[in-house]
Design a binder for this molecule. Structure first.
Ligand code: COI
Length: 355
């Protein structure tokens, strides 16, 4: 494995003073990881350096054609003082899946994991300890060829930055209101919907903005062909409880295969609950809601954790779930997942990695 060079900062940054008011993605730690890719040399020069601006040519390809991928995971400071990561190997594996789709050369997952651990250890004093907080880890790769022609890049940068965060949604664990999007689509099968790439999020901004103006936290995307089947919510996968059966859209090429999604399914099944991955139409949801059979809905994501949904607005139809309050399954799942992540519950699945 290549050796990771280290340059410590001489100017430590001011840490946020109020851990209960971190928001999401507002603060960054003292250091970052960098590595370059140059054709002929492959990935080289892994190094941890002081956090700071990266200089790019105005013609850098990522700025024009969005050849970019990213990941999101978290480090937690457990009650026993240990630092824990949650299934980081899955993030690195998914980064390479996204790389493949975006014509970005594969990274060495072991090296990336090593770099990530080293970076978190160096900046460990930034891991917040207040309830509901963590250190968000953002690995990302972008094309830097100074070339305004469309082709896969020959020069790229892999970077990891760290950010102490609180809840992603200002609502915290209070149920969010979601707008079912009928005009815009996020992705179609054959596109990049399954990859974690900035373009997917850029194309969601307009719908997100309109939903926010109407008083909704996020949009629920429908499939891009029939505009009928549920896909995912802005920054999370989505689950529904219908007649006691837990359902979530099947992975079919246009949605992200969330790591929190797969963990949630494993936890729910370990309780003996039925979880089915299948197509779910918006009409089925509306009917179940009318008949009082839709008891809960929640989103899952690294940033969002488990986010209960209190209201779904589809055209003129308003579906209120569990009187707008967090449901039993959502609450229990949140408690179990975060218990494992923060080390207050035993990790029977072997998901946490202690540093
Ligand atoms: C995450 O949950 O880590 C994500 O990547 C969502 C992000 C766009 C905030």
């Amino acid at each position: 494995m290549q050796k990771i060079a280290l340059e410590m900062t001489k100017n430590p940054r001011q840490k946020p003073l109020d851990q209960n008011n971190l928001g999401f993605g507002r603060y960054y730690t003292d250091h970052m990881f960098l590595m370059n890719y140059d054709e002929g040399q492959g990935w080289h020069s892994p190094r941890i350096v002081p956090y700071g601006p990266i200089s790019l040519e105005p013609s850098a390809m990522c700025l024009h054609y969005a050849q970019e991928v990213f990941e999101g995971l978290k480090a937690y400071r457990a009650k026993d003082g240990s630092i824990r990561l949650f299934r980081p190997d899955r993030n690195m594996a998914r980064l390479n899946i996204s790389n493949e789709r975006l014509c970005i050369p594969q990274i060495d997952e072991e090296l990336a994991l090593e770099a990530l651990k080293k970076l978190v250890k160096i900046d460990q004093d930034w891991i917040p300890t207040a309830e509901g907080t963590s250190l968000y880890i953002r690995p990302f790769i972008f094309a830097v060829d100074p070339h305004v022609g469309v082709h896969p890049a020959n020069h790229l940068i892999f970077c990891i930055i760290l950010s102490p965060v609180g809840a992603y949604y200002p609502e915290g664990l209070n149920p969010v209101k979601i707008y079912v999007e009928e005009n815009y689509v996020r992705a179609v099968k054959g596109g990049t919907g399954f990859a974690k790439t900035g373009g997917n999020y850029a194309s969601s901004l307009k719908a997100q903005d309109e939903a926010a103006a109407a008083g909704y936290t996020q949009v629920l995307w429908l499939d891009g062909i029939e505009r009928k089947y549920i896909e995912e919510v802005g920054t999370m996968n989505v689950f529904f409880v219908i007649d006691g059966e837990i359902v979530t859209p099947a992975i079919q090429g246009s949605i992200l295969e969330g790591i929190t999604r797969m963990s949630a399914m494993e936890i729910l099944r370990s309780w003996g609950l039925q979880v089915h991955e299948r197509p779910i139409s918006i009409q089925e949801l509306a009917q179940a809601s009318d008949q009082g059979r839709l008891s809960e809905a929640f989103g899952t994501g690294t940033a969002a954790v488990i986010s209960p949904i209190g209201e779904l607005k589809w055209g003129d139809k308003l579906m209120v779930l569990n009187n707008g309050e967090i449901g039993q399954i959502s609450q229990k799942l949140y408690d179990s997942l975060t218990g494992i992540q923060w080390g207050s519950l035993p990790d029977e699945f072997g998901w946490t990695v202690k540093l």
